[in-house]
Design a protein around this ligand. Sequence first.
Ligand code: 9PG
Length: 474
Amino acid sequence: MHKWTVNEAPEGLKVLISGFQSWSEAELHPLTARQVAPAHHWQVEQGHDPGFAPGGEAGVWRSHTVLALAREDGSGWVGGALDATRTFVQWEARAQGDHVTVTCELEGPEVGVLWEETPDVIATLEAHAARLGSAMHARTPAPLRVWCSWYSYYRAVTLDAMLDNARLAREQGLDFDVFQLDDGFQADLGDWELPSAHFGGHARDLPERLRALGFTPGIWLAPFLASPTSQLFAQHPDWMLRGEDGRPLPVGQNWGGPYHALDTTHPEVLAWLRNLGATVRGWGYTYLKIDFLYGASLPGVRHDPSVGRAQAYRMGIEAFREGAGPDAFILGCGAPLAQSIGVVDAMRTGPDVAPIWDEESRRVWLGDATGPSARNALHTALSRWYQSAWYQPDPDVAICRRELSMLSTPEREAIAGMLDVIGGLRASSDPIALLNAEGLELLRRCLRVSTPDRPVSLSLRGGAAVTHFSRGEF
Ligand code: 9PG
């Protein structure tokens, strides 16, 4: 463990944190405030690191890979790491009377860590992020413009809905590069090759038809998950990550119940993952959104106990990449962030957007800022601006429709502004037929690719911390 003392009154400092995985909170906060800690264990598994969960004590802040302390004038301290391939780098800042104690724990092989005082926190954090990105051979291809089925059709997506939207997008001259099928086409979690009853076809029937319309076919998978009702689970119960009691570990609650994760230290699991990557490529998909990746990185009992959990995770995504091929465009989601550098092309850097601005009851009263909402998505992705050196950031979809949405015009505009500032992937899920002239105009604006902006200051206002970007405030 590394330890430093910052001789500075905690009251004048802000802390910038970035949580474990895509959906975990990243935000600027007053150091003396309390980091939210989730009330339910399933919220810990799905949005936080159970091995390094937020403490929930006032003045104690936990962050993965990087952590910064900032004074009002923009000076302060930045912590970073020189490598995170097989190691979780876990930072904690603790306000203690007239000073702050900062610690950094490494879970996995030893890597270099840096703790630097700086006149310019923003520039130093960017420099740390850039150094880590180049050390880990970050892939940062050109950003893509993606239509994704999730945020309007959810699990009820059909083959016909995909094709109808692709045709309409073409007719309207909307500049999407990719049409991506999300969750709902498959019979069960893990049984990717069996279609669901409602989908109206097989996922392999889609790519050729999308290509004929001029779009790159994309598909969603949760390659590390298996539902207890799946054939995968029935056939290979020994492939699951286990608890101390020897039973397959539940790694979250969704799809109507608990689900399990594959043990990516098992050689048969790695072979199965390679085969899965190759199979969906064989169906004609070259854009692969791989989701719920955190499952393979949770604490648990593994086939090879000598492999740490960060390394186990890395072995899993590397196996999938090998099968998919070097030219597939891979978007990670629900994924440990820095440990994915060099394997993924793009990464979701926040929780899901939803057609509501804020779910305050979950965020404030249940202590969980990882839930779907426009507010959470926007705050989190903006607070990770420097991660554009690690992969192409995906701040999630714009919502331009007025129907099936509780967002006001300024809220829809705020999401559009955030996409512009982040300059990463551009995505939408709006059914094209629901867009009126104003919606189409906003969507066209959201699909215009920009270069990432830099924040101009990290400051405190009325007790709340805000990150100011040069092209707008959120
Ligand atoms: C498909 C979706 C979409 C979406 C992903 C991810 O904690 N949860 O229960 C939880 C459920 C869904 C979710 C995130 C968290 O969304 O981010 O884009 O692909 O899966 O199921």
